[in-house]
Ligand binder design. Structure first.
Ligand code: NIG
Ligand code: FE
Length: 417
């Protein structure tokens, strides 16, 4: 590969700085270079960023030039919360919910997540890989080059491991940038719903069999638990996440989505990398998250699809909690794939400003995955994962939500869409 120079962009959104998650005012400081250029070396690493007028002579002479006049250059999106490996669909449920059926009742009656579990178990590895590949390819076309992928549609040892292997294969064979998360504690499987003994045995199995096997095969970077009403209690979640932590995995939590059920406090107690959803929080919860340095991940697409309230992004920002935004891409509560659209929802729903939402869907999402020294900003030393937008004003991503503004997607200095 030759060196490349992305030249003369109306604005380069650099988000230059260190790799810690940003909070408060720092989330609005996008480090914009007007009339700027970005140089990328033969290995796909950014080596030069600055005003176009200062581009070293050598770059102009030797690099392949990508003309970015009247365009915005920005870091590619980082989707830090997806469930994108699953089988089948739940479109019949979608219609039923639009007619008034309730998400939690559907799950309690054996549908919802459990329906996706049955459809996922029924697929062989190849079919599961192909269905997931189609999805992740569409997501990258929308501008996302880095993905967190959770298991959780297996709810048995074999299928949980298969899901994580498919997620790893999307990286090794598909060339996608992926971090994986074991979410064996997503719903209580049908087989563990008969009584307290089968339920306790399932938690045991997660802690003493599934997580150790996942760790031994290096299949997951993180573990996650759906700690909420109708799913796992705080005590069960604590046990699972402590076991995962002892095995060297990072921690993420689905918390306070359906009620003030204690998941956010648990995230703070355990020093989780991320607490996600967070529709029901009080001031003490927000203080605990800030003091523990937990990234609060907003998933406004899920609020829209389920007709739920939006998490108060403003209150989190004002409390000094670092905020990320992700799709939650899953077959039920939010099958959205377009993070640019969800970023706009974070403004209209969670009341972030466009600048805050852009930081949330790039640098902060990367920081929550431990990847901010690699992606999420445009500065020397980072990978050349970047977007060329067909506009001069990055706020158009919000003003014209879901319009096709993402014109080019680059990963490691190679154009991928
Ligand atoms: O993040 N909240 C729990 N889990 C997913 C929903 C998964 C599903 O409905 O299949 C979520 O919303
Ligand atoms: Fe989720």
């Amino acid at each position: 590969m030759k060196r490349r120079l992305f030249a003369g962009a109306a604005a380069v959104i650099t988000l230059a700085g260190d790799s810690r998650p940003r909070a408060g005012k720092a989330m609005s400081e996008l480090g914009i270079v007007e009339n700027g250029s970005v140089g990328v070396d033969e290995r796909g690493e950014i080596t030069w960023v600055g005003p176009d007028a200062h581009v070293p002579r050598q770059w102009r002479d030797e690099a392949t030039i990508i003309d970015c006049r009247d365009r915005v250059l920005m870091p590619a999106f980082v989707d830090s919360h997806t469930h994108l490996v699953w089988g089948g669909d739940r479109n019949d449920e979608l219609v039923a919910r639009l007619r008034g059926a309730d998400y939690e009742e559907i799950l309690a009656e054996g549908g919802g997540i459990l329906s996706s579990v049955r459809q996922t178990r029924a697929l062989d590895d190849e079919a599961l890989y192909q269905q997931s590949l189609e999805r992740i390819a569409r997501m990258r076309r929308c501008g996302t080059t880095t993905f967190e992928i959770k298991s959780g549609y297996g709810l048995d040892r074999a299928t949980e491991l298969r899901q994580l292997k498919v997620a790893r294969a999307l990286a090794s064979e598909g060339g996608y940038r992926v971090k994986t998360t074991c979410l064996a504690a997503h719903a209580i499987p049908e087989s563990a719903r008969t009584d307290a003994t089968t339920r306790a045995a399932w938690i045991d199995e997660i802690c003493t069999s599934i997580l150790p096997e996942v760790a031994a095969a290096a299949l997951a970077d993180f573990a996650d638990v759906f700690c909420d009403r109708g799913a796992y209690t705080v005590e069960e979640s604590r046990r699972v996440l402590r076991a995962a932590h002892a095995l060297g995995m990072g921690i993420r939590i689905h918390a306070n989505e359906l009620g003030p059920t204690g998941g956010a406090r648990l995230a703070a107690e355990l020093g989780a990398s991320s607490a996600d959803h967070l529709l029901y929080l009080d001031d003490d919860d927000r203080r605990a998250l800030r003091e523990a340095g937990v990234v609060a991940t907003l998933l406004p697409g899920t609020s829209l699809v389920l007709g739920k309230p939006y998490a108060s992004g403003r209150a989190l920002l004002d409390a000094g909690v670092p905020v990320a935004v992700a799709t939650d891409c899953n077959p039920g509560s939010c099958p959205f794939e377009n993070l640019a659209m969800v970023l706009a929802l974070a403004c209209f729903g969670n009341r972030l400003t466009p600048a805050e939402a852009i930081c949330a869907a790039t640098h902060n999402a990367a920081a929550s995955l431990g990847l901010a020294d690699m992606v999420g900003s445009l500065q020397p030393g980072r990978r050349a994962d970047l977007l060329v937008l067909a506009t001069r004003d990055v706020r158009d991503l919000v003003a014209h939500a879901a319009s096709p503004l993402v014109e080019q997607v680059w990963q490691d200095g190679v154009r991928v869409a």
